[in-house]
Design a protein around this ligand. Structure first.
Ligand code: BES
Ligand code: ZN
Ligand code: ZN
Length: 484
C-alpha cells in the first residue's frame, strides 16, 4: 500500500489549479449539468464529467454528499470509499482532491483529510489470495494530490493518522483472511515478533513448556488435541515514564475452531479461520499504536492455538485448572475461546494490567442478539465502557451493550464439581461468555467485546470487500489514543 506521506499540498488553491483554469472554458456548463441532473448532490452519487479540453483534467469526478447539515465523518468516509472504488475499477492511477469542497456540516478539514486517507486504504483493500495466476496487479494510486486552504502541516498530520488507521485495519484483515494451515499459532507469534521489532516493543512469547510451568491449564487444555504448539503472545508498548495505568488489550487467537469433540457441523465450521479476529484486532491496534506513539502504556496479550480433535484432545466433562487457580468443568469443547481468554486475562493482571479490554469472536449468540453490524459489549465498569463507546462512535464501529447480572454470574458458577462451568446452557449465550471471562477479570475495570458477528462480512461494501473487516482495530486505537 502506498504511503500517503507523498501527498502534495497546495495551500493557495481552493480548486486544483488545473480545474480553476478550466472554469472559463467550461463556461457555466457544470451548472447546467447540475441543473439537468447529470451531477447530483444525492448521497453516494458519483458523476464523471469529461471536459474535452486540450489542457487540464481529463475527467472530473463529482461525489454527492447529501444535505450539508447532515454530513458526518462516517458519511464522508463512505463517499470517499465509493470514489476510490470507482477509481480502482477504472484503474485511474492519479487523482487530485479539492478537499475544501468536501468540508461541511459537522466535518472540518482535518477530519475530511483523515476520512480521505482512511477510505483510500479501506476501499481499495484486496486480499492477495493464492491463485497461480493473479488476474490483476494490486491497485495503488501513483499520486494523490490534496488541495486545501487549511494549514498544510495539520492536514498532512490528519492524512497520516487516517492512513495509519486504514493500513492497520487492512493488516488485521489480511491476518483474518489467511487460512488456518497458513496461519498457525507459531505464525501468529512470528508476525507479532516482527511487529515488535519494527516498533521497538518489548515482547515475550510463552511456549508450551512455559505454560506448563506456570499452570495455564485452560489454554493448554484447548491445545491438547493439536499438533501445533500453543503460544501466548505478549507485547508491551510503554508510552509513559513508568509502567502504570496499563491498558491491556487481550485478543482471542484461535487460528481454527473445529469445535473440538463438540464438533461443529460442516456449515458452522467453514470460515472458522476467522476465529483469531480478536488477536488480529489487537495486533492491528498495536501497529497503529506503534506508528502514532500515544502517551499510554499498552500490554497486548494474545492466547493462540487451534481447537482440534485427536486421541489427546480435551473432552466434555474434563475438569481443568486455570492459571488463576480456579477450576473449570468443561461442558462444551466448542466454548474454547473463554478458556484461553481466562488464562490470558489472568496473565495480563499478573503483568500490571490496570484496565482490560478483551476482543473475541466468542459466541454465535451475539449474532442472534445483535446481527452482523454491531459488536456486543459487556463490562464491569461504566466509566471505562463510556470511553470505549465514544471511541467506537468516532470510528463508526457500532457496539451495543448487554448486561451481566448476578444471576448470570451464578450460572457460570453452576458446576457441581468445579468452580466454573464453561457452558451453562444456551439462554443468554453471549452473556454467558462474557460472564465467564468476568470471573477471571474480577475487580479490574474491563470491557468484553464479542465480535463474532462483525469480524467478517459476506457483502462487498464501499469501505472494503467481503471477508474480514478488521473490526475494532480503529476503535481500540482511538480508545487508547484518547484514554484518560
Ligand atoms: N468461534 C465460535 C463463535 C463464532 C460463531 C464465531 C460464529 C464466529 C462466527 C466459538 O468458539 C463457539 O463455538 N461458541 C459457541 C459457544 C457455545 C458452545 C457455548 C457458540 O457460539 O455456539
Ligand atoms: Zn468454539
Ligand atoms: Zn471459537
Amino acid at each position: 500500500m502506498k504511503r500517503l506521506s507523498s501527498v502534495c499540498l497546495k495551500e493557495e488553491n481552493r480548486w486544483p489549479a488545473s480545474l480553476a483554469s478550466m472554469m472559463p472554458a467550461l463556461g457555466g456548463r457544470l451548472t447546467e449539468l447540475w441543473k439537468e441532473g447529470d451531477i447530483s448532490a444525492k448521497r453516494g452519487r458519483i458523476a464523471v464529467i469529461h471536459p474535452f479540453l486540450p489542457t487540464g483534467a481529463k475527467r472530473l469526478y463529482f461525489v454527492g454528499l447529501g444535505k450539508k447539515e447532515e454530513l458526518t465523518f462516517a458519511r464522508l468516509r463512505e463517499a470517499f470509499g465509493k470514489l476510490f472504488r470507482t477509481l480502482k475499477q477504472a484503474k485511474r492511477m492519479k487523482a487530485s482532491v479539492a478537499l475544501d469542497t468536501f468540508t461541511a456540516g459537522d466535518v472540518d478539514g482535518n477530519e475530511a483529510a483523515h476520512a480521505l486517507a482512511e477510505a483510500y486504504h479501506l476501499a481499495t483493500y484486496e486480499f492477495p489470495g493464492y491463485k497461480q495466476k493473479k488476474s490483476e496487479p494490486d491497485y495503488q494510486l501513483e499520486s494523490l494530490i490534496v488541495y486545501t486552504e487549511a494549514e498544510a502541516a495539520e492536514i498532512e498530520a490528519s492524512l497520516f493518522v487516517g492512513s495509519v488507521y486504514g493500513k492497520a485495519t487492512n493488516s488485521a484483515r489480511t491476518l483474518v483472511n489467511t487460512p488456518g494451515n497458513l496461519l498457525t499459532a507459531s505464525d501468529l507469534a512470528d508476525y507479532a515478533v516482527k511487529l515488535a521489532d519494527r516498533y521497538d516493543f518489548d515482547y515475550e512469547i510463552l511456549e508450551k513448556e512455559d505454560m506448563e510451568r506456570l499452570g495455564m491449564g485452560a489454554l493448554l487444555a484447548v491445545n491438547q488435541g493439536s499438533k501445533q504448539p500453543p503460544k501466548l503472545i505478549v507485547l508491551k508498548y510503554q508510552g509513559k515514564d513508568e509502567w502504570k495505568d496499563v491498558i491491556a488489550l487481550v485478543g482471542k487467537g484461535v487460528t481454527f475452531d473445529t469445535g473440538g469433540y463438540c464438533l461443529k457441523p460442516r456449515d458452522g465450521m467453514v470460515d472458522m479461520k476467522t476465529d483469531m479476529a480478536g488477536a488480529a484486532a489487537v495486533l492491528g491496534a498495536m501497529e497503529a499504536i506503534g506508528e502514532l506513539r500515544p502517551e499510554q502504556n499498552v500490554l497486548a496479550v494474545i492466547p493462540a492455538t487451534d481447537n482440534m480433535i485427536s486421541g489427546e484432545a480435551f473432552k466434555p466433562d474434563d475438569v481443568i485448572t486455570s492459571l488463576s487457580g480456579k477450576t473449570i468443568e468443561v461442558k462444551n469443547t466448542d466454548a474454547e475461546g473463554r478458556l484461553i481468554l481466562a488464562d490470558a486475562v489472568t496473565y495480563a493482571k499478573q503483568h500490571g494490567a490496570s484496565y482490560i479490554i478483551d476482543v473475541a469472536t466468542l459466541t454465535g449468540g451475539v449474532i442472534v442478539a445483535l446481527g452482523t453490524d454491531k459488536t456486543g459489549a459487556m463490562t464491569n465498569n461504566e466509566a471505562l465502557f463510556e470511553q470505549l463507546l465514544e471511541a467506537s462512535m468516532e470510528t463508526g464501529e457500532f457496539i451495543w451493550r448487554l448486561p451481566i447480572t448476578e444471576n448470570d454470574r451464578e450460572r457460570v458458577r453452576s458446576s457441581k464439581i468445579a468452580d466454573l462451568n464453561n457452558s451453562p446452557g444456551r439462554e443468554g449465550h453471549a452473556i454467558m461468555g462474557g460472564a465467564f471471562i468476568g470471573e477471571f477479570v474480577e475487580d479490574t475495570p474491563w470491557v468484553h467485546l464479542d465480535i463474532a458477528g462483525t469480524a467478517a462480512t459476506k457483502k462487498d461494501g464501499d469501505l472494503g470487500p467481503a471477508g474480514a473487516t478488521g473490526v475494532m482495530v480503529r476503535t481500540l486505537t482511538a480508545f487508547v489514543e484518547r484514554f484518560e
